[in-house]
Design a protein around this ligand. Structure first.
Ligand code: SAM
Length: 210
């Protein structure tokens, strides 16, 4: 088990990395990510067919998802928990309708960001960057309103991709501190798991009983 000091140092290193990485790339982030963060719009379309009132995104980045969802459903409340100060600055400016907090998915509370606990918690291409994704999922289920759902879209295991591409994709993502999701991370929480073509991305939903 890691000591509190070493955890704090790890978190600070992660935050420093994110600030450095996104400090440079945040202004062209949305333009470039539409070519490889697939599945996000599929998830938006699914979400917009369901009833929910309070959505918190963990790792909202530039606020791209929050803005799209808010444009389509302005009557709902929106919040974001973000580890990177640089992304947070950007998202706050872009999404004045939302409430944000700086913090880490594994330890920072966010159930009190909105008037009541969120009935949707969204992880969109965030879990593959957090240092302890199991802990982040456990924390999210604890903070979810009864009857709510945690929804995840992220890189999967590329099982269906041509063999020579698989290693290349993994190495390229690792260079950005991204570790594609292993389905064994999700199965203790849910069996509501679907994959995109080539197992490039996964969409998973964790249902909390009412
Ligand atoms: C690849 S970006 C995805 C941004 C956005 N969700 C999207 O779909 O475009 C990952 C985001 O997660 C944030 N992040 C990484 N580790 C985190 C953590 N432990 N807790 C909260 N946010 C984190 C990063 O700073 C970044 O904004």
């Amino acid at each position: 088990m890691q000591s509190t000091d070493s955890l704090r140092n790890n978190r600070q290193e992660h935050r420093d990395f994110l600030n450095k990485f996104y400090g440079i790339s945040r202004s062209f982030y949305d333009f470039t990510r539409k070519y490889f963060l697939f599945g996000r719009e599929t998830l938006h379309n699914q979400l917009l067919k369901e009833p929910w009132e309070r959505l918190v995104e963990v790792g909202p980045g530039t606020g791209w998802n929050l803005r799209k969802l808010h444009n389509a459903r302005p009557s709902s409340s929106y919040g974001g928990l973000e580890a990177s100060d640089k992304m947070l600055e950007f998202a706050k400016e872009r999404c004045p309708f939302a409430v944000f907090r700086q913090g880490f998915a594994e330890e920072t509370p966010y159930e009190d960001l909105l008037d009541e606990a969120p009935d949707r918690i969204l992880f969109s291409y965030c879990l593959t960057m957090v240092q302890d994704p199991h802990k982040a999922l456990e924390r999210s289920v604890e903070q979810l309103a009864p009857g709510g759902q945690v929804v995840v879209v992220d890189f999967a295991d590329f099982q269906g991709a041509p063999f020579i591409m698989r290693g290349g994709l993994r190495r390229w993502l690792n260079a950005f501190h991204v570790t594609p999701l292993d389905v064994s991370l999700l199965t203790p929480f849910t069996d509501d798991i679907t994959f995109g073509p080539w197992h490039y991305f996964v969409i998973a939903r964790i249902h909390k009983p009412a």
